[in-house]
Design a binder for this molecule. Structure first.
Ligand SMILES: [Zn+2]
Ligand SMILES: [Zn+2]
Length: 357
């Protein structure tokens, strides 16, 4: 039996937005979640919309099957704690690492949570935070520092993705990096690289307003792939060698090709973006003769999440310029349309689910 805060919720039903089938989001009324002994119940304040949510909305995600309540980038307030939860209190503002792991496999036992044999993500395989309440394991809950707002805290998860990709890809210091695709994660990669004092950070995108944003976030050079010969420019900026490392965040075949050409011999290419194309051709001879390391990156582990939290707390990363829209939960469909239609500049779109926090 949990320790309850009756002020947090009075009714036994809650509102949630379910992805019924691709392209169809519907507001529903459902039972609020029961918590286990090692869980807490979080009243959701803010939840971000991720690229992976968009893939699911577009019917292009192999890992997310509707009907499901999406949402894994969220902050909230604890309204109930399970019987065995010691270190968290009702009323605390928190953010949540949404990974679901088995805790028993080879990788879990060596603390590589992102490689768990049975890995899942809250809001991807089980109902997530486009809802008023979510039950989460206490060990995945982090207290939100008082100087971090619920909106900023909702960017902790994508920041952890960026932290992981940079840490996992770079073997030692680099002098130049190219980031292909500067949406939320691409821009957060730029901020992480800036914190590592990488002197040359090249942002590549096809939208000029996104490149303006990348400049604000710390890119030293921006290249518009629609108007410029990206590879030629990168080579010119790096004494004809190519960048030490490239981050492919766009999930586009062309960006991958440019990364392969624009990275120096012996350099690193981080794959972060999800390609909707099932099979993307890879020129293996280029990889072999240039001795490139192509490195896949999947989510983050606890250390990455903690590093991301520290970067927010110390204000070394400022995610606020990335937040372009905030909609109430009722307008979730509109929020997804803004991201899908791209009729106006949108980077990180958030849903404000409750006014608490
Ligand atoms: Zn995400
Ligand atoms: Zn496991």
């Amino acid at each position: 039996m949990g320790k309850r805060c009756s002020a947090g919720r009075k009714k036994m039903r809650m509102r949630a937005v379910v992805l019924e089938r691709p392209g169809v989001l519907k507001m529903i009324d459902k039972d609020y979640p029961e918590i286990e002994d090692d869980e807490v119940l979080v009243k959701v304040c803010v939840c971000g919309i991720c690229g992976s949510d968009l893939h699911a909305y577009n019917g292009a995600s192999p890992d997310i099957q509707p009907p499901i309540v999406l949402g894994h980038e969220f902050t909230g307030v604890i309204v109930e704690t399970g019987g065995s939860v010691q270190n968290l209190q009702v009323g605390e503002r928190v953010c949540v690492n949404p990974l679901i792991t088995c805790g028993q496999c080879f990788f879990c036992l060596i603390h590589q949570d992102n490689r768990c044999q049975k890995i899942g993500v809250l809001g991807c395989q089980i109902d997530g935070a486009f809802a008023e309440y979510v039950a989460v394991k206490a060990k995945r809950v982090y207290r939100l520092p008082s100087n971090v707002s619920c909106e900023e805290g909702a960017l902790l998860e994508p920041l952890a993705v960026a932290v992981h990709a940079v840490r996992h890809t770079l073997r030692g210091m680099v002098n130049s990096a190219a980031v292909f695709g500067v949406g939320a994660v691409g821009n957060l990669v730029i901020q992480v690289l800036k914190n590592l004092n990488v002197p040359l950070i090249i942002a590549v995108d096809v939208l000029s307003w996104r490149l303006d944003l990348a400049k604000k976030m710390g890119a030293t050079t921006v290249l518009n792939a629609r108007h410029e010969d990206v590879v030629k420019k990168i080579l010119a900026l790096t004494n004809g060698l190519g960048a030490d490392a490239s981050f492919e965040v766009a999930g586009q075949r062309l960006a991958l090709e440019q990364a392969l050409e624009g990275t120096r011999k012996g350099g690193y290419i981080a794959l972060i973006g999800l390609h909707e194309e099932e099979n993307v051709p890879l020129p293996l001879a280029t990889v072999t003769f240039k001795e490139l390391s192509i490195i896949g990156n999947a989510v983050y582990d606890n250390t990455d999440f903690e590093t991301a939290l520290e970067l927010l707390k110390t204000r070394k990363v400022n995610p606020t310029p990335l937040i372009t829209h905030v909609f109430p939960l009722e307008e979730a469909s509109k929020a997804f349309e803004v991201l899908t239609r791209r009729s106006e500049p949108a980077v990180k779109v958030l849903l404000r689910i409750s006014q608490e926090g």
